[in-house]
Write a protein that binds this ligand. Structure first.
Ligand SMILES: *[C@@H]1O[C@H](CO)[C@@H](O)[C@H](O)[C@H]1NC(C)=O
Length: 340
């Protein structure tokens, strides 16, 4: 009796420590090589009358389709005249293809053939469970999607993280990209990782990073004219899609957001035309980041660069200044204006 009482205090520490050690050292289940790889479903698994699908209905554009790729199902839409100049728009970290809701109709009106799609883990595309959301995942997703729709080459426009994906795509699959590349508020200048990256395999680390991020974006929205629902769609996806927070947290830790300057140093930019568009009041991708990316391109392959700075615009420039952006992109792709 007295012995037990003597050991009780150390047992109080010993038992939880053992449990923690066992948890940390636990093994993994055997790796599955089945394709398509295990994934969580996208928005199509929710009832059509759910709030997030009311904001972002599957038929927000005509011409929608699905393709099942090795890492899961991908949703895309193709609109505009069949013989129009082809352009693919790549969205960013949190908001799916809906981010381009105001730009797509304007490009179609200018006779472009436009493809938009949801990146893995966002909107209607599946969220792979076992693969990191890294540059390899995103460039491969686009290359296989182009193969599926039978597009040999396309113009590219990337917004925010989509800009870094576009740059990596030029560096990796130059033969699939036309001469002209548009980069809107493009990520890729930063070289410093976010905290907890070494612990990214722990669910707790992913949770902390995602929650911190969610708080920042819901607070940091500009109050300017906006599609009201766009500010809602990140938290709604987080609440209703089982794979969404994993996709965003993994993209923050190992995705095409930081340590991407290699893509802008690629020789594959040689002879291309690049247009940077950014908001002068953007606090997410700062104007100085655009200066860094321009300097990197210039130092290595020195393509023709044009810059459009949108006075007073924030990071949601694709929503707040859609007509201006669409006009700039059309003029750029049609190469009507000569510049130095
Ligand atoms: C942009 O930033 C400047 C300087 O911080 C500020 O004076 C101006 O009001 C901002 N413009 C908008 C549209 O937010």
């Amino acid at each position: 009796m007295t012995d037990t009482a003597r050991y009780l205090p150390s047992l109080v520490y010993l038992v939880p420590s053992l449990l923690v050690a066992l948890y940390a050292l636990r093994g993994s289940p055997p790796h599955s090589n089945v394709l398509p790889a295990p994934a969580d479903r996208g928005l199509d698994s929710l009832p059509p009358n759910s709030r997030v699908r009311e904001i972002y209905p599957e038929n927000w554009l005509e011409g929608g389709g699905y393709v099942t790729l090795p890492l899961g199902r991908v949703k895309y839409w193709i609109v505009g005249p069949e013989n129009g100049k082809k352009v693919v728009l790549i969205h960013g970290l949190t908001t799916p293809a809906l981010a381009f809701a105001r730009i797509v109709p304007l490009l179609v009106a200018a006779n472009f053939r436009v493809m938009v799609y949801d990146l893995y883990g966002r909107g209607y595309s599946d969220a792979p469970r076992t693969a990191p959301y890294d540059t390899n995942m995103y460039v491969t997703q686009l290359a296989l999607l182009l193969q599926h729709v039978g597009w040999d080459r396309t113009r590219l426009v990337g917004y925010s993280m989509g800009g870094a994906i576009a740059a990596a795509f030029v560096a990796t699959f130059p033969n699939l990209v036309e001469k002209d590349v548009g980069l809107i508020a493009s990520a890729g200048a930063g070289e410093k990782g976010i905290p907890l990256t070494s612990y990214r395999h722990f669910a707790l680390a992913r949770w902390i990073v995602f929650q911190g991020f969610l708080r920042r974006i819901t607070k940091g929205r500009s109050t300017a004219v906006e599609l009201p629902p766009a500010s809602e769609i990140a938290p709604l996806q987080a609440a209703s899609l089982p794979g969404y927070s994993r996709a965003v947290a993994s993209s923050l830790h190992e995705g095409p957001i930081v340590r991407m300057r290699w893509a802008f140093r690629s020789r594959n930019w040689k002879g291309r035309r690049v247009m940077f568009i950014f908001g002068t009041n953007d606090t997410v991708v700062k104007p100085v980041d655009v200066t860094t990316l321009r300097a990197t391109l210039k130092e290595y392959a020195d393509p023709d660069v044009r810059v459009v700075d949108v006075a007073g615009a924030g990071h949601d420039v694709v929503v707040t200044h859609a007509p201006l952006l669409a006009a700039a992109l059309v003029e750029f792709f049609e190469d009507k204006v000569k510049y130095v």
